[in-house]
Design a protein around this ligand. Structure first.
Ligand code: PGA
Length: 254
């Protein structure tokens, strides 16, 4: 696990944008695992700017997103399909037919999860998986629980996650109660993982994920077992790691 310190959100986003851009340049027909939420928005803006400057070509890139709310259509402005279109896909030359998000309206969600596992497999796996981290340590919508779920599955969102995401909806009652998410196995089989964290609210989850016991109660802690994880976190998110480990440098390699 390598941790890179960023000054603030913008610095984190620039560093992340550079890393994802390098991946797209080095493997123009590669498979990107993409994430939603506030955290990656700045990195997506960086990618759009690089595309507009003529430095990036997404025409052969394929993508798979981590998750989708159950019950929301791709047109709903809080669906993750809508988020991806508006924050990245509509602004670069990616072929939208080669972008994948679990179907939130699938009549048979279990079958949709199986289909999504097959999509990832048929793409040959994920080259670079981008992740945010929840205040509770979740990755994708893999919420704290007793086991690491391997494949794509339907999950009941925790109250904490619904509260945290309520800021995007007009009321908490509108926040879906369930989601379809890639499992920990899907994420762990990505060849490279890039986790971004910004803000003090993430400090505890980030510390526990990097330095605490590996447990499904802190889903991101499983990343300690992955051989190629890069974390880019701003100083606010790093505050507890700084305090507990006395790490002062800008790169941590453990
Ligand atoms: P955020 O969410 O980027 O909106 O903080 C991250 C997550 O819940 O994974």
């Amino acid at each position: 696990m390598k941790i890179y310190a960023a000054k603030d959100y913008n610095d984190m986003s620039r560093k992340a944008g550079n890393l994802i851009a390098a991946q797209v340049t080095m493997k123009p027909d590669g498979v990107l695992g993409l994430a939603t939420g506030s955290t990656p928005v700045g990195a997506y803006k960086e990618l759009i700017a690089k595309y507009e400057a003529g430095d990036l070509d997404f025409s052969r890139i394929r993508s798979v997103n981590l998750d989708e709310y159950k019950g929301l259509s791709g047109d709903h402005d809080q669906s993750y399909r809508y988020f991806m279109n508006h924050n990245l896909f509509d602004h670069v030359n990616i072929n939208k037919e080669e972008t994948n998000v679990p179907g939130g309206l699938a009549e048979d969600p279990e079958a949709e999860c199986e289909r999504y596992n097959r999509v990832i497999q048929e793409l040959g796996g994920i080259d670079l998986q981008l992740l945010g981290i929840g205040n509770n340590g979740h990755i994708g919508f893999n919420e704290p629980c007793d086991v690491f779920e391997k494949g794509t599955h339907v999950v009941t969102l925790t109250e904490e996650t619904r509260q945290s995401n309520a800021r995007f909806f007009s009321s908490i009652d509108e926040v879906p109660t369930h989601a379809l998410t890639m499992g920990i196995g899907n994420i762990m089989s990505a060849r490279k993982v890039l986790l971004l964290a910004s803000g003090e609210g993430k400090a505890k989850a980030l510390y526990e994920s990097c330095f605490g016991p590996i447990t499904p109660n802190v889903p991101a802690s499983v990343l300690q077992l992955h051989s190629d994880v890069v974390i880019i976190a701003d100083e606010a998110a790093l505050s507890l790691i700084r305090e507990k480990t006395q790490w002062e440098d800008s790169v941590y390699d453990n």
